[in-house]
Design a protein. Structure first.
Length: 319
């Protein structure tokens, strides 16, 4: 027995990088940015087979066998979570190529992008289309939190929350023009589980209130295109002070960004990437952030990017 597979020459998928939190929006804000995981998929008609070639970030370390996160996510997207179904009997064969621009374990949603890409392919193989609400719910269960996956699927700045039944609610805040982001990526990795392990189980009441006010203000300012208002609300007291201890030079890099003209700087996701918001002089900000890290003996790369407002893109391969 095999799953019904829609006849298709395959698809090309593009999933954006994402920066979660944006300071005070811990586990509820996610921002899609213009660097991508690109995946080309061709069904090969041999049930259970899997072949992937890799290029770009992570190509030298990511698995090519069926432990690859894209393939594991594909199984869930294809319905493999149902009890009693055996993988080798029902999953159509796939030949894929991934060209990845998202740094691994750097706080830019690399795992979320892989999960979204894989689950989308699973749905495409079975249904010929993607149900994005189902995709976000399933990807959240696998990733553990919805901020990165929802913004990767929907694009832009996305607010998320969990409904009473456990389903994810996600809303896009419209993005005005003008904002430029600098992603300063250090040479060292910081796995999410390590970064989460330093977070306290409880935070002071005053810090919680501070973050609630800041997150509400940031969302309203973003919707209004008030970038100065966004910047003044990007401070955080819930996660950054604890994670900064794992990132040598964190505060100095943020200060350097602002002195070079950035409006604000914060961790991208769980780090160690630092994200700076600016309206001009982005190259100056990038070089200043690199110099600040060099003073701590750390090599880094700072790239200039914009908000991705399209999210997951799927284009059929030509026949």
């Amino acid at each position: 027995m095999s799953l019904p597979m829609r006849p298709s020459p395959g698809w090309r998928l593009r999933v954006p990088a994402t920066a979660a939190n944006l300071g005070p929006g811990f586990d509820c804000f996610g921002l899609a940015l213009q660097r991508y995981l690109n995946l080309t998929v061709v069904p090969n008609g041999e049930p259970g087979s899997w072949e992937i070639s890799l290029s770009g970030d992570g190509a030298d370390v990511l698995a090519r066998d069926k432990t690859n996160l894209i393939y594991r996510s594909l199984l869930i997207g294809a319905g493999m979570e149902r009890a009693g179904i055996r993988q080798k009997e029902i999953v159509p064969g796939v030949v894929a190529h991934m060209a990845n621009e998202i740094p691994i374990a750097r706080g830019q949603g690399s795992s979320a992008a892989a999960i979204v890409a894989g689950m989308a392919v699973g749905q495409l193989l079975v249904h010929g289309e993607v149900d994005r609400d189902t995709l976000i719910d399933q990807a959240t269960l696998m990733e553990g939190h919805p901020d990165n996956v929802a913004s990767a699927v929907m694009g832009g700045l996305v607010l998320t929350r969990e409904a009473a039944g456990g389903d994810v609610r996600a809303r896009v805040i419209p993005t005005s023009e003008g904002a430029i982001f600098v992603l300063a990526v250090p040479e060292f990795e910081l796995p999410t589980h390590t970064s989460r392990a330093v977070l306290p189980r409880e935070v002071p009441f005053g810090d919680a209130v501070f973050n609630l006010r800041a997150a509400a203000w940031l969302a309203a300012a973003w919707a209004a295109g008030d970038w100065a208002g966004v910047a003044e609300a990007m401070d955080d007291r819930v996660h950054q002070p604890y994670r900064a201890l794992l990132i040598p030079g964190f505060y100095e890099v943020c200060v350097a960004a602002r002195e070079a003209g950035a409006l604000a700087a914060c961790l991208s996701g769980s780090g160690p990437t630092i994200l700076a918001l600016t309206l001009s002089n982005a190259d100056d900000v990038a070089r200043a952030m690199e110099r600040a890290w060099r003073q701590h003996g750390i090599t880094s790369r700072a790239d200039v990017t914009l908000v991705d407002t399209e999210g997951l893109l799927i284009v059929p391969n030509a026949d």
